[in-house]
Design a protein around this ligand. Structure first.
Ligand SMILES: N[C@@H](CCSC[C@H]1O[C@@H](n2cnc3c(=O)[nH]cnc32)[C@H](O)[C@@H]1O)C(=O)O
Ligand SMILES: [Zn+2]
Length: 424
């Protein structure tokens, strides 16, 4: 008798779809196979596709508040002229409601875990705790060349880790999140890495997002961001870099040698006109590539199915090869690679892995006819086909309804925040 039994689903196991039953005990997958099983809670999956939960590996969750606020701008102007100005007005409670809205959207579209880099992180942690989702959280730090700011930022970042790492049965992992090589000095980044080694934790950072960044870092420090980071000993298997667009072949080899994970955020990169990462080349080198949405102000949604399709399409067109990335590889990027990037044992339907599982309705017009569930999922999903979501063994979404959150209340709250930012 399992705590939860998911019965007769078409399950993504070892890279293929097979008919199977899944038994959950506590927060872990305890059985995957064809035996008839029972559970205290039984979910009939006869009409479902069952996949491991999606991992949104780079986001700024509460930026739902600025969804639609600063449009049609390149990254530098978007940040400097719009976003950083309104973020100064953000109060902790705003971040709480903005985060809940982000979590609501992620759960409804099959995301079971995300990695966030933002401010007022205690509020994000609270929202994660209440909603039941899994998260890797970091306070976004930038010293901007000031020693006092460096001290303060590192103090906030470190306290956040000490207060929240492993909270809620381990659903929260707290790590370091220095913003980027153009807002953090090498001295500061080195201190962050030393602190991360001491605390045995991960570092999440934006790197090589724009051509401007690479030129700027080269002009100030005489070398490109990746070479600079490598020289100060910043890059290793506990480093996760978002974007990684403007890299030369040697820098890619450095990332591979250091076992760095890369988060590809194709829609944000297109929207801010930052560029297109060479994901096929990164993947072929054996680098762990995972997917992220970035913040809702540069996307504008947290629907990872859109990133899955976009990742696949972009690599086809930039390589001129329709088979650049196989559908299966892209689905892995959205699931197990995200978990792997942050050292969490999830993202696979396998005994001993975390019970983060998503059920998807097969009877949808957009999936009809279904020659191969893999191709239906990767190329024809809207995201709203998700019916059930289990995180850490708990059922959080049932028949499309998020059981742990009050959707109307969250929407009303975030809509009412608009007033404060509209004139800014
Ligand atoms: N505590 C820091 C800044 C926080 S880092 C997190 C920042 O990342 C910003 N951000 C969001 N999306 C992107 C992106 O695509 N590239 C770079 N920064 C971004 C976001 O607006 C937020 O300010 C300070 O004192 O300035
Ligand atoms: Zn970002």
């Amino acid at each position: 008798m399992f705590d939860v039994a998911i019965k007769n689903g078409l399950c993504f196991v070892n890279g293929e779809f097979v008919q199977a039953n899944i038994g959950i005990e506590g927060n872990l997958i305890a059985y995957v196979g064809r035996d008839d099983i029972c559970g205290d809670l039984e979910i009939d999956a006869r009409e479902k596709i069952v996949i491991p939960g999606l991992f949104n590996a780079h986001t700024h969750l509460a930026m739902t508040i600025f969804r639609g606020y600063a449009e049609d701008l390149p990254l530098k102007d978007w940040l400097e002229k719009k976003i950083w100005r309104v973020e100064k007005l953000l109060e902790p409670e705003d971040v709480y409601w903005g985060s809940l809205l982000g979590i609501l959207e992620m759960l409804k579209t099959g995301t079971t875990a995300f990695s966030d880099l933002y401010i007022h992180m205690d509020e994000v942690a609270k929202a994660v705790g209440e909603s039941g989702i899994r998260a890797v959280l970091s306070y976004g730090m930038a010293d901007r060349g000031s020693k006092e700011k460096a001290d303060l930022e590192l103090k906030i970042g470190t306290e956040f880790i000490k207060n929240w790492d492993n909270a809620f049965n381990g659903r929260i992992r707290a790590i370091f999140g220095p913003h980027a090589p153009y807002t953090c000095t090498p001295e500061f980044l080195k201190r962050v890495k030393d602190a991360a080694i001491e605390l045995n934790t991960y570092v999440h950072i934006h790197v090589a997002e724009t051509k401007w960044e690479v030129e700027h870092v080269k002009s100030v420090y005489g070398k490109t961001p990746v070479r600079l980071l490598d020289e100060i000993g910043f890059l290793d298997e506990r480093t996760v870099i978002a974007h990684a667009i403007w890299l030369d072949d040697n820098e890619m080899r450095i990332l591979k040698e250091r076992n760095v994970s890369v988060v590809h955020c194709p829609i944000s990169n297109l929207k801010l006109a930052s560029g297109i990462a060479r994901v096929k080349d990164l993947h072929d080198l054996g680098i762990n590539v995972c997917l992220g949405t970035d913040g809702a102000s540069s996307n504008n949604t947290y629907n990872l199915f859109e990133e899955i399709k976009m990742t696949s399409l972009l690599q086809k067109v930039i390589t001129g090869r329709a088979d650049a990335l196989k559908a299966k590889e892209v689905l892995k990027m959205a699931t197990e690679n995200g978990y792997r990037a942050y050292g969490i044992k999830g993202g696979k339907l396998e005994r001993g892995y975390l019970a983060d599982i998503v059920l998807i309705d097969r009877r949808r017009h957009n999936y009809c006819p279904m020659y191969d569930p893999l191709h239906s999922l990767v190329y024809a999903s809207y995201g709203c086909e998700v019916t059930h979501v289990i995180v850490d063994g708990e059922l959080l979404v049932e028949d499309g309804i998020v059981l742990t959150l009050d959707e109307d209340k969250i929407m009303d709250k975030v809509e009412s925040l608009k007033e404060k930012f509209e004139e800014s």
